[in-house]
Design a protein around this ligand. Sequence first.
Ligand SMILES: Nc1nc2c(ncn2[C@@H]2O[C@H](COP(=O)(O)OP(=O)(O)OP(=O)(O)O)[C@@H](O)[C@H]2O)c(=O)[nH]1
Ligand SMILES: [Mg+2]
Length: 471
Amino acid sequence: MNDSTIAAVATPIGAGGIGIIKISGQNALPIASHIFQRSYSSISNPEDKDSADISSLKSHHLYHGYIVDPENRRVVDEVLLAVMLAPHSYTREDVVEIQAHSSPVVLRSILDLVLKYGATIAGPGEFTKRAYINGRIDLTQAEAVIDIINARTNKSLEIATTLIKGEMQLCIERISDYLFNFLAEINAAIDFPEDVEEIINVDRTTDVFQNNIINTIKELIGQYDNGHILRDGIKLVIVGKPNVGKSSIMNCLIKKERSIVTAVPGTTRDLIEESFSLSGMPVIIADTAGLHDTDDPVEVIGINKAKDYIDCSDLILFIIDGGSILTHEDHEIFKMINTRNSILVINKSDLFSDRPKVNTPDSWKKMPGVEISALYNRGLDELKDLIVKISLRENSFDPQAVIIPNLRHKLILDRCLVSLCSAVDGLNRGSPLELIAIDVKEAVDLLGEITGGSANNDVIDQIFNRFCIGK
Ligand SMILES: Nc1nc2c(ncn2[C@@H]2O[C@H](COP(=O)(O)OP(=O)(O)OP(=O)(O)O)[C@@H](O)[C@H]2O)c(=O)[nH]1
Ligand SMILES: [Mg+2]
């Protein structure tokens, strides 16, 4: 357990109803007692009229009182104070939360007093890091806390709540326990070579490895591939030559006038990024400068930005003007995105309702396509459905019913799979047990990196550095 007592403002800075200052550590109560003057009745028990001595405060009760600067007896604010004694707190340490009025000046003044009487300022994620170090949660649950804070859609929230309940941890621990027992068997067999056949049943072991362990890990990896988009969202980019209606489509999709639309080709010169949600899936979308040959230095910068963005996007909306014939520029853009995940959006369908629409070459037909009119808001629902369908690869599943690993977990599971396949291979080929033990031990260590047991400090720091201060 850490000796220091930490404190931070746990709510966003700004004017609001309440702001909370959180203190955690063995001096949380003595520090609070220096600055808290209790009013005579507690909120939770109006009969409790004993002294203002904080040591008389009960855990998990809420008390009304004032924060008073001990030096000049000045009242800083009227507050509610909650005490949560170790180990029944977020960090498993003594925790005091002071609920004050949320003015940045009030919160700063109270925090200054708390720091003056012995607390140190908490770093990003330090409260959650203590919850992890003190064994209340594992690394997957700590990561779920960040995911919950950052959740932008209901689906991403559902995925995070599955993790925070510890279901990933349970699944990983079940596999680790089996592998650990198997390692013990291997060690026994190495020590007593004459009893190998009694100790290790190769057929049964390879069967369990293959059907239970390897398949479970493959399933988890598959769930990442299908489900991470629901949590992390997709990056969508709108491309096309000038004036085909890219900005109009962007505005229709995000339902606000974000990009300027005019009849002048070359209106959009910079990259314009926005986020929105499509069927519960977070989407980051970018409108880009029309791609064409130009000497205009400003346009060249915009076009280069667009090309860079295309490289790192998940899905491309390739817009063409369905009311005109294709030009050299359209063909050049097709060549550029040909191998990428793209949708052909034939815009301005209002212009070809009574005349033939643009003729696209056969080689373009492999791109899923949709006809829309951004001007009259026609076909936009079909476009949205297509984006969702392609992004989720038609796999619909209930994110609450399955565990969806994050990228860190997935990369570790990939390595774990390699070690386990090598162990099974060794068992089938009758390799020396010492070599099989190395593979299995590596798999156990890797699984420990997911839950935290064998994660190194750099990994742990990297995870907690993604947190905000006060969590
Ligand atoms: N008839 C018709 N006109 C459209 C449609 N969508 C956009 N336009 C018009 O086409 C012109 C260009 O639209 P923008 O959305 O600015 O096109 P853009 O591709 O962003 O153009 P740049 O930023 O210049 O590359 C505007 O006059 C729009 O009103 C449509 O579906 N039908
Ligand atoms: Mg534009």
